[in-house]
Design a protein around this ligand. Structure first.
Ligand SMILES: NC(=O)c1ccc[n+]([C@@H]2O[C@H](COP(=O)([O-])OP(=O)(O)OC[C@H]3O[C@@H](n4cnc5c(N)ncnc54)[C@H](OP(=O)(O)O)[C@@H]3O)[C@@H](O)[C@H]2O)c1
Length: 352
């Protein structure tokens, strides 16, 4: 199996490359060589994916059984890659996102849900991370790939939240470090809120299995609803970090979501992985499950991520890391406020 990965050194692409090399596949990665060591065993080629000459040089190194565009986020250059490399690819794969759905996270979505209108010719002038433009841009990327690759050769995955070793967004690493610090931890009730992040290793394995079977089509990728809960994730973070915390106890203070919203807590970032919109954790991934997606328990994802961090693992530096987590003083103030409010409420009840 000959596989070309556009990218391959940060997170999803990195794990994809590791898994494919482990399967004995001949793996070529294409990137600028700026942001991290190559995965051992790959054949690395250097170039800029926005440069048509670099892409043409890359195409000359083909053909491949599959080309996977992992991190593409600008419609014009994603389309250019598909146009130049498409003919060299038995199968063309684009890693998209749940954010392409117009109604996510307000509503549950499946693969037939409407997408954001996306412009396949868009050139992104400002490459900084922008949560509002991300979904429409990725929808434009999907449209751009579709222009050059016929549906029978095209495989698209739309993951929800991806966690695990090498995560550079900073969600689970923040929670792990927070639990390692101990003390009173502000968390969004209820503890049994279902969540459905997918482990990056399960995403990679699923994708390679699909490629190995010459599959095509579109697949949401997420753990089944009910596979994990917010409380289980935090318990696992507390358990994983027990050794570094020493005698410091953790007290998880579960505050009502409406109250957190009233306090102006930034959803999804200040408290990572928490959002009140009802569709957030209702991504329908039954098609992927039927096609073989298997999701390990959240505890294993948490443990592996902590093992990686504790061994000195450092993610690629990314601007999204800075937007995650609470300032400790603000967290302390909010915990005090919430506890005063709860005590006042129970006092009032006592008077009745
Ligand atoms: N994290 C989540 O929860 C989540 C959820 C849903 C979907 N997703 C999707 O998952 C994907 C994550 O991908 P990843 O970032 O982990 O992929 P990756 O393939 O591991 O890393 C990105 C690669 O792109 C290369 N690159 C960047 N700019 C380049 C350029 N101009 N020319 C050539 N190479 C370039 C980087 O290397 P150099 O910098 O050295 O060039 C790096 O190797 C994204 O598509 C994202 O939309 C993520």
């Amino acid at each position: 199996m000959r596989l070309l990965i556009l990218g391959g050194t940060w997170f999803v692409g990195r794990v994809l490359a590791e898994d494919a090399v482990g399967r004995g596949w001949a793996v070529t990665t294409f990137n600028r060589g700026r942001s991290g060591p190559d995965v051992a065993g790959v054949h690395p080629l250097r170039g800029d994916r926005t440069d048509v000459q670099d892409l043409e040089r890359l195409a000359a190194a083909g053909p491949w059984d599959a080309v996977v565009d992992v991190g593409g986020a600008e419609p014009r250059s994603v389309g250019l890659a598909a146009q130049v490399l498409g003919a060299q690819a038995g199968r063309y794969v684009f890693v998209s996102t749940v954010s392409v759905y117009r109604d996510w996270p307000a509503s549950p979505v499946d693969e037939s849900s409407p997408l954001h209108p996306g412009n396949p010719d868009l050139v992104v002038e400002d490459p900084r991370w922008d949560a509002v433009r991300y979904g429409p841009h990725k929808a434009g990327c999907e449209a751009a790939v579709r222009r050059s690759v016929s549906p029978d050769r095209l495989l698209m995955v739309r993951p929800g939240v991806v966690l695990g070793p090498y995560e550079y967004v900073g969600r689970l690493p923040w929670w792990l470090r927070r639990m390692a610090r101990g003390g009173r931890v502000l968390a969004p009730a209820p503890a049994d809120r279902p969540i459905q992040p997918v482990d990056v290793r399960d995403l990679a394995s699923f994708l390679l299995d699909l490629i190995g079977r010459s599959a095509s089509g579109i697949f949401n990728v997420a753990a089944p609803t009910g596979h994990a809960t917010y409380g289980r994730m935090l318990d696992a973070c507390a358990a994983a970090t027990r050794d570094v915390r020493g005698a410091d106890e953790i007290e998880v203070v579960w505050a009502e979501p409406d109250w957190l919203v009233e306090q102006g807590v930034r959803q999804w970032t200040e408290i990572p992985l928490w959002r009140v919109q009802p569709g957030t954790w209702r991504l329908d991934a039954t098609r992927a499950a039927a096609a073989g997606l298997r999701c390990r328990p959240i505890e294993k994802t948490v443990l592996a991520t902590w093992a990686w961090l504790a061994a000195g693992g450092a993610p690629v530096r990314h601007e999204r890391q800075d937007e995650h987590g609470f300032d400790p003083d603000r967290e302390r103030r909010l915990v005090d406020l919430w506890e005063c409010r709860s005590q006042a409420a129970s006092g009032e009840k006592g008077l009745v």
